[in-house]
Structure formats: C-alpha cells, structure tokens
Design a protein around this ligand. Structure first.
Ligand code: ZN
Length: 202
C-alpha cells in the first residue's frame, strides 16, 4: 500500500514551501484530517492498520482516542478491530474521560491518533484511562511524524517522543521531512516564498 500516495491524492500531504506554526519552513505539510474525508479511504487505512495489530497478537478490548484529532481514525480502527471505542477530551485543559464512558479494571486499551508527532496528546489521554484502571497496551496512528519509532521501521526514536518504549507503536508510514529555520531555508534561497498552509483555504 502506497500510503504517501493516498495522502497526496487526498491533498492531505501538500508539497510546496510552507511556513509552519513553529515558524520553521518546510517543503511538505500534513493536513491529516483530509485523508479521512472520504470514508472509503478511512476504512482502507484503518483496515491496514488493524491487520498489523492483529498480526502482532496484541489483545485489545478498547480503542481510546484523544479528541478531536484522533476521533475519526480511532473510530475507524475500532471498527476494523471490532472492539469498543471511547474518547478522552480536554476539560479545562485536562484530558478527561466523560460522557458516560467507562473503563473496566485491567481492560486492555490501545491509544489511537490520526498522526503521532511526539505522542503527547495520546499519553495525556492514556493517563486518564489508567486512572480508571485501564492498561495501556499499545499506541497506533495512521501516520508517524518521525519522532517516535513505529513497529517495523528503522527510524531512530527521538528524545522528544513521549510514547513509552515498553509498548508497541503501530503506524502505516513515517512522514519525516526536514524543517528549516527561515534564515537557513534552501527553498527561500531558491527564491520562492513560504506560505502558511491554510492561507489558500485548506
Ligand atoms: Zn523557506
């Protein structure tokens, strides 16, 4: 499966010259939600991710996603795995399980996001699950931004990855790309101007 092509075709992976929210420049920009705009694509991606997880033999009772970013990917993955789906959301800044969702004691929970950057939101939500007695047995995302190391990838885990090293992390592809300080950007040096993703209405 050519995951990057699927993202490109959905305009979820943009190529050009972008000014990121960090202020850095990049040749690529990921607009993760766009790839899930077509439910058929969401289903295909989630099924591929579910296959990987099933092959690992990991036993999962429930998928939990941090809102908002992980909701669609998490629901699609739970559907493909045929398990329960719950989500955590921020209440006054703190990831919380509410809306009547319950976590049973010693229930095996897989955290899921659409994209894992450092895994910070997933782990905040994981703490809310653990507080209710759940056990975090793994993490999953459609895309890995390249700071964490997914199963069957040679990437080296970066220091800012927040996913614990003792649980597996499943993702379909690594989306690593260079980021440049504006005064050291080869794209600027070539004479083009960085645009803010979204300035064209996307
Ligand atoms: Zn630039």
């Amino acid at each position: 499966m050519d995951v990057k092509k699927i993202y490109m075709d959905a305009d979820a992976l943009l190529e050009g010259h972008f000014k990121l929210s960090s202020g850095n420049h990049s040749q690529f920009y990921l607009q993760s939600a766009k790839v899930l705009e077509d439910p058929k694509t969401a289903k295909v991606l989630a099924q591929a991710l579910a296959e990987q997880i099933k092959e690992s033999g990991l036993k999962i009772d429930t998928v939990c996603a941090p809102a908002l970013g992980g909701l669609i990917a998490g629901f699609a993955l739970a559907t493909a795995l045929d398990v329960r789906f719950i989500f955590a959301e921020r209440v006054e800044g703190i990831m919380t399980i509410r809306r009547g969702f319950e976590v049973r004691k010693d229930e095996n929970v897989l955290m899921c996001e659409d994209i894992i950057t450092t895994g910070g939101s997933a782990m905040e939500a994981a703490r809310a699950v653990e507080a209710l007695g759940g056990i975090i047995v793994g993490a999953a995302a459609l895309a890995n931004r390249g700071f964490c190391k997914r199963e069957s990838s040679d990437l080296i885990r970066k220091e800012n990855c927040k996913l614990p090293q003792d649980i597996p992390f499943f993702a379909l592809a690594d989306f690593t790309f260079e980021m440049y300080a504006p005064d050291n950007c080869p794209l600027c040096k070539d004479g083009s101007e960085a645009i803010k993703p979204g300035s064209r209405g996307n």
